[in-house]
Write a protein that binds this ligand. Structure first.
Ligand code: C5P
Length: 302
């Protein structure tokens, strides 16, 4: 058994996020079309004689909780409990996915820690068991394990893998502060008060656009029901969206619950152009380009 295991896990963008009414358990039924994109966190797990601890480095590291509320810590504890062992590991997160950004950064660390502990401890949990633990950890965590493209139903945790016919090129603008996912869903509920909220369903034109690998058709079909709520809590994002559209992006939308904004480009060259314009627009903190789909959580060679 090697002394440490590192797992690389991608961020996600939601190309469709259809949100239903609040359920009795407080969650919302979703039709959530996830696309994994090439921005990554790496989780390294090493045996630790002093018990479970979490460290983190990267530009947003100071915003990452290092206690037991971190999804990586909870993943290690959950797997250890199932296999009757103590979670005596040091989890180090090399963080490149924005924190509280709507790109599943916390979920990525949960899925990464789970896969890394499974490999380090030799527990050899089945894929199904790992997916069960992921679903307990959070609605987006199963997708971080699986990657590629998938339709999430239920609260987003029940996944159906989707075919994708080519790479899609994205630009992501990171905002100066984060948004809390529960707060955005609460704002969704407030804005929807007194209206009839339809059942969330996946858009067939969107699934067809993904299957064809057609960026123009995908741009015409993307949607995010959480966007009005995110913009209501963070109105300055409207300027970021306008700056990216003005720079030639095929479409612009808030990623998940935000506040990261996502811009679809026709090819890598136009993605670079959009990124350059956004960088000098003064409407965001940082800008990155990334393509997807990419695979989910992957153990890196030792
Ligand atoms: O599942 P997760 O812990 O990531 O969800 C965070 C919060 O987001 C939930 O507590 C809930 O407020 C909201 N949420 C929701 N409906 C979903 C997923 C998340 O209301 N389908």
């Amino acid at each position: 058994m090697s002394a440490s295991v590192t797992v690389r896990v991608p961020a996600k963008v939601n190309v469709q996020l259809a949100v239903g009414a609040a359920r009795p358990d407080g969650f919302h039924d979703l039709a959530n079309v996830f696309l994994a994109v090439g921005l990554y966190d790496e989780v390294t797990v090493t045996p630790s004689p002093d018990g479970l601890r979490v460290t983190c480095d990267g530009p947003d590291a100071d915003q990452v909780p290092l206690d037991r509320t971190n999804l990586a810590a909870r993943a290690a504890e959950s797997l250890a409990a199932r296999y009757g062992r103590t979670p005596d590991v040091h989890l180090h997160i090399a963080k490149d996915i924005p924190v509280a950004g709507g790109m599943a950064g916390g979920s990525a660390d949960g899925a990464g820690a789970l896969l890394a502990c499974d490999a380090l401890w030799g527990t050899r949990a089945s894929r199904e068991e790992l997916l069960d633990i992921c679903a307990e950890l959070g609605s987006d965590v199963p997708f971080s394990l699986v990657g590629g493209a998938a339709l999430g139903t239920g609260r987003g945790e029940r996944l159906r893998t989707l075919d994708v016919g080519g790479a899609f090129h994205w630009v992501f603008a990171m905002a100066g502060r984060g948004l809390s996912t529960p707060a955005v869903f609460r704002e969704f509920d407030r804005l929807a008060e007194g209206t009839d909220i339809p059942e969330p369903v996946a858009s067939q034109p969107l699934l067809d656009a993904l299957a064809k690998g057609d960026p123009d058709a995908l741009a015409a079909a993307v949607s995010n029901d959480l966007q009005p709520a995110a913009l209501s809590l963070f109105p300055e994002l409207t300027d970021t969206l306008a700056a990216g559209r003005g720079a030639g992006a095929l479409t612009a939308l808030v990623s998940g619950s935000g506040p990261t904004t996502a811009f679809l480009a026709r090819d890598p060259e136009s993605a670079e152009k959009v990124a350059e314009t956004l960088r000098s627009s003064g409407t965001c903190r940082a800008v990155r380009t990334a393509s997807g789909p990419v695979p989910g959580a992957t153990v890196l060679p030792a």
